[in-house]
Write a protein that binds this ligand. Sequence first.
Ligand code: NCD
Ligand code: ZN
Length: 356
Amino acid sequence: MDSISLTRPDDWHLHLRDGDALRAVVAASARQFARAIVMPNLKPPVTTVAAAAAYRERIVAALRDAGGDAAVARFEPLMTLYLTDNTRADEIRRAIDSGFVKGVKLYPAGATTNSDEGVTDLRRLAPALEEMQRGALPLLIHGEVTDPAVDVFDREAVFIDTVLEPLRRTFPALRIVFEHITTRHAVQYVRDSSDAAAATLGATITAHHLLYNRNALFAGGIRPHWYCLPVLKREEHRAALVEAATGGDPRYFLGTDSAPHARGLKEHDCGCAGCFTALHAIELYATAFEQAGALQALEGFASFFGADFYRLPRNRDRIELRREPWQVPAELPFGDATLVPLAAGRTLPWRLAAPA
Ligand code: NCD
Ligand code: ZN
């Protein structure tokens, strides 16, 4: 097979940043995807509908400035609110009524990049969560506990037992996306504890967690460009994620978690978490699916299941991938700095064809 034609995919978990960084990265996503769920972990975080509307305007302006083809101009940012201890039900109601806010993001305080204002006690947020449940506005969860006593590789599994399961018992109809799952525990939890037809629980999976295990972090030395949160796990977990992504189960769908950081902040004595994959996301996913002998399952995962979960129409236009090996650039411009994409310098077998 030398080419693959797919319904244009969407990215259900993306960090676009702001300012010069936004202008540097937004066109990459827009060339590949029709829409993206845009994460709200700016500094300060996007906590209100008014802030989300203003951020959306800045993204649209950056897209306009980026020029490029028609797909770039058509790219649709789907906005999210950042849940804090102070999020009130009336703000959630405004989000539901806005039409452009498609989810609310739960970062346990301190779990990851720019999450200091995240939630310390979910019980205080019952009114907001009830409103989301009533209005079918999905809660998007960074599923890691932050207790420093819990091993960093176990934080997702512990989160399932201590936070996610109790939350779902309290709010059984709340629609939840378990974001960027990284373990067989999460794969199993999504599969065994939810009814696919009811569609109350979905999960996104990144390309890097499908392609790499934690050895990539230490291959010949410490590799900061492979460091993200939740951190890469053992091979058995990667294998479980591949099985989930390629199995045609609509509860698992594409979310790149592309998270750009300036090169100097990754190659640092306290390097930032986040891998930049927006440039070559669909090529990375195609590589993972082909390695699993499951290219035929890529379209459902990348282009259908996320839209279905979010109750949005599937895209109508298509993209084409060609078997045309190319080398991932060593670095890219990023405002005053540079950015190192995941797998920089490596060769990928598939390449997104430029629009005709
Ligand atoms: C993300 C970022 O840099 O904003 N980093 C990451 O490692 N994934 C935050 C996040 O999604 O956890
Ligand atoms: Zn993320």
